[in-house]
Design a protein around this ligand. Sequence first.
Ligand SMILES: [Zn+2]
Length: 215
Amino acid sequence: MPFPLSITQKFYIPEDFVKTHEIDLYSAVSLVFGELERNHATDLIRKGTDLRFRSEKSLFAIPFDSNIKFQNDEFGIFLTVESQTLPFIRIILAVIVFSALLSLYSVISFIIFAPIFIFLFYTVNVIVIQNNNEKFFAHLFGVANFDFDSSEATERRQKEWLKDVNRCPACGTFVSTIDYYCPECGLKVKQNISSMPLNITKYQNRIVKYIYTKK
Ligand SMILES: [Zn+2]
């Protein structure tokens, strides 16, 4: 399949926000529900900790459906937003068929036009939707630059990984006792045992942030 039929984004509710507003899973759902109502989302449905709605916050205000799942894990409350891209794919198909009919005598221009149109139209809509979702939740949870998953949550996660000798502290991949390097990111995970003075239980409150690049 050349295009995914939906785009998924995961957002952790910032720890500060959870503490100051005493947010739990259910009040988080209510909070987002109210904010969606104020932002003119239509067909808004709540089922337990799931929300469904339709919005027009895309390029050319083409309506599309989304659903939000609210969940808890050891790092806090997070929501997974899934936005359906089917309406955009339908428009792409319609435009392609229409332009194919128009360009019966100019196959070359069609061959050039079609992929450019598909790429631009799809990509731009995905970017617009992702940015709008990010802005929406950043505004709601009172953070300026919303980078939930890569900063705060990663730090918390890495702190957990550090306590577990079977996990790579940088990326969380399980490493076996025979591994000297993490099979996923290549970080050196095992030292010569005698030269390893680190007592992990001593540094429970320390945040260690590894910045790594894939090989
Ligand atoms: Zn790793």
